[in-house]
Structure formats: C-alpha cells, structure tokens
Design a protein around this ligand. Sequence first.
Ligand code: NDP
Ligand code: MG
Length: 386
Amino acid sequence: MKKIAILGSTGSIGTQSLEVIRSQPDMEATVLAAGSNVELLEKQIREFHPKLVCVYKEDAAKLLKQAVADLDVTIVSGMDGLIEAAAFPETQIVVTAVVGMIGIRPTIAAIKAGKDIALANKETLVTAGHLIIPMIKQYGVRLLPVDSEHSAIFQSLMGSSPEGSTGHKIDKILLTASGGPFRGWTKEQMKNIRPEDALKHPNWVMGRKITIDSSTMVNKGLEVMEAKWLFGVEYDQVQVVIQPQSVIHSMVQFEDGAIIAQLGTPDMKLPIQLALTYPDRRYLPGKRLDFAELGSISFFAPDFENFPGLALAYKVGKEGGNRPTIYNAANEFAVSRFLDHKLSYPGIIEAIEASLDHVGFVQNPNVDNILETEAAVYEFLQSALA
Ligand code: NDP
Ligand code: MG
C-alpha cells in the first residue's frame, strides 16, 4: 500500500490527487491538510479515513474536531500541525499542493523525514530552491514534479540515459505556455481587467491564485525558476514558447539538436498520477489527443513588453539571493489584493517592481531570511498600497 500525505487536499491539485487515489486500490490518503475548508475536509475524512488531518486555522480545526468526533482521526492545526502532517511517520510520499510560500517549512520537514515529494507548490522551489535541491540529495529522496510543464520535461528525460550511455546532455528546455486569456493584448488594453475576467483560463481549470498568475505570465516566470532548480540548468537554457492550444506540455532539446516533447490533453491527473506511480505508468481514463480533430498547433514568441512579469522573473532569477522571494511574495500579496478588488490589474506588476526596489538584498538566504524577506515585502506593500 502506498501511503500518501496531501497538503492542500481541498484545492484544485489536492482534489485531483484524491481522485487518482480513489482509482488506485494500492494507494491510501493517510494524511490530509488544508487551510480552513472544514466542510470539504469532513467529506474527505469520511471517504478516505486518513489517520491525521491538519487544518491550519485553529477555529476551523475546532469545528472539524466536533464534526468528526465519531471517527478515529487526529486533528492538528497551525504551522506545527502542518509540519507534523508533512513528516507523519507512516507515509512514503507527500503531495505539496498548498498555495504559496506557506509550503516551504512543511516541504523541508517532509524531506528531512525521508519522504518523496510530489511537488505542485512551485513557490517553495522558487524561493528556497538553493536549499531544497541539496537537501533532496542529502536525504536521498525523490522530487517528482506535478506542474504539467515540469512533468513533461521530466517525462522527456525519462530514459534519456540508457544503459551504457555517458548521459544525454540538455541543451535547452523549451517551456511551453498557453499565453493565457490576454495573449495578444497591449498594456493599455489590460488596464481595466477585473478578477472575473482574469479568472477565465482558456485551457486549464485551476486555483484562483495560479489562474491570475497565468494571465499575467508571472506563473510562467515562476516556472522558469522552478525548471532551473528541478533540472539544474542555467536561466539562458530555459526558453519560453507560446503554444496556445496547450497540447505540447513542454520539450527538451539535447546537444545534438534532437527535441523530445510530451503531448496530451490538458489534464492535471496525468502528472499527478505519474508522480504517485513513478517509475511506472498506469491506465488513466479520459479523452485522448485526436490529431485530426486538433488540426494544427501554433507557436509564438513570448511578449516580454506587454507581460513584464516574465522578463522580471529571468532578471530576479539570475540575481539570485532573496530576489526571487521578493518577486514571489509581492506577487502573492498583490494577487490577493487584486482578487479582493482592492488593487488594479497593472497594480500587480507595479507592486512586484516597487518591492524589488525597496526590500534589501540577502545573499544565500536561509529559511529564516526567506520568511523575513516575505514579511518585509508584506510590510512594505501594506503601507505602500494603503
Ligand atoms: P487552490 O487554491 O485550489 O488550493 C490551495 C490549497 O491549499 C487548498 O487546499 C487550501 O485549503 C490549502 N491551503 C491554503 N492555505 C493553507 C494553509 N495555511 N495551510 C494549509 N493548507 C492551506 O490551489 P491549486 O491547487 O490551484 O494550487 C496549489 C499549488 O499547486 C500552487 O502552488 C500552484 O502554483 C500549484 N499548481 C497548480 C496547478 C493547478 O492546475 N491547479 C498546476 C500546477 C501547479 P483551503 O481550501 O482550506 O483554503
Ligand atoms: Mg504549469
């Protein structure tokens, strides 16, 4: 039996992870964690019978305890609870599907407890990749990407060093992007975008924060940094290619010029399931790609001018230190303000730029430095956007 912890079980990735577990008789959701969604957690507990459940918010944890008083399950809360959930002794693999930098400490706790990581929470790698990657090696665990592009790159590399080979060298990662709902728009046209407009992604149904990030291309920026850490390449080796149909999930170009890609319908259950069954593939029901129906796939260069969030990501990535943390924390803060109708759409990128101008540089930040940088960004933006 594969015993799995899902951090963020009530979210888009979390619920799809549970769908995968439901379909696989040899998998078990031993641990669940979420922020505050007691109603859905209760349903999940009654169906999956986890042993430990963390609800981050304490008052929500109290409500959940009452709701499942008839069951044999331990309910914990807060950061200590989330860390306990991540490091629960019985699990083999932890799906990190919480949204935002809150994922850093639990991910580290899981690695130190010897768990494999099915990584959806890209913010953790963006801000703490320089700490996480060496730790993965030190503790001898696997880091399996769930993000569809990174899973595609990972799949393109599966079997890339057959027996007897001296290794196949990556020349370039071709990271595909749909371009989001505002592809082809100018900055001027994007001035008055409302949350309702930006929450409509053409190809993927995802959580609210990542859907906004996809529309600004900040998501692709975060993914460029995620790719750098996951695959050990330089920023100049990661090239973004706009492919609006989301059929090619990403590609790898090797040193001889050969390009290997992974294609499929847009369904996150594939990368989630593969992360949970790796190195095996298993049957997954669902629509198959029909090339005759598809007709054509088109490609464009990214528009760095009208989507400055992408250019900024390369810049902060290369600058290193706590610069990616400033970028990410400012984006998290600004997106939540935008979703609350308290910040304009262009205000998101402006908040990132202003934070990069105001918050001091820290070389080689440890976890405390990263969390201090996040707090400094929040403090700065709270007064700047008051
Ligand atoms: P959602 O907003 O749908 O879900 C977020 C999850 O995190 C919820 O279960 C939420 O619980 C939980 N959560 C929030 N705050 C806390 C907290 N303080 N403690 C514990 N749990 C918390 O997000 P997504 O599923 O879309 O995204 C999750 C991660 O996966 C993100 O990092 C995203 O970038 C990444 N990702 C997502 C993809 C997608 O298709 N959705 C694709 C690729 C990557 P609650 O419901 O109680 O608030
Ligand atoms: Mg992605």
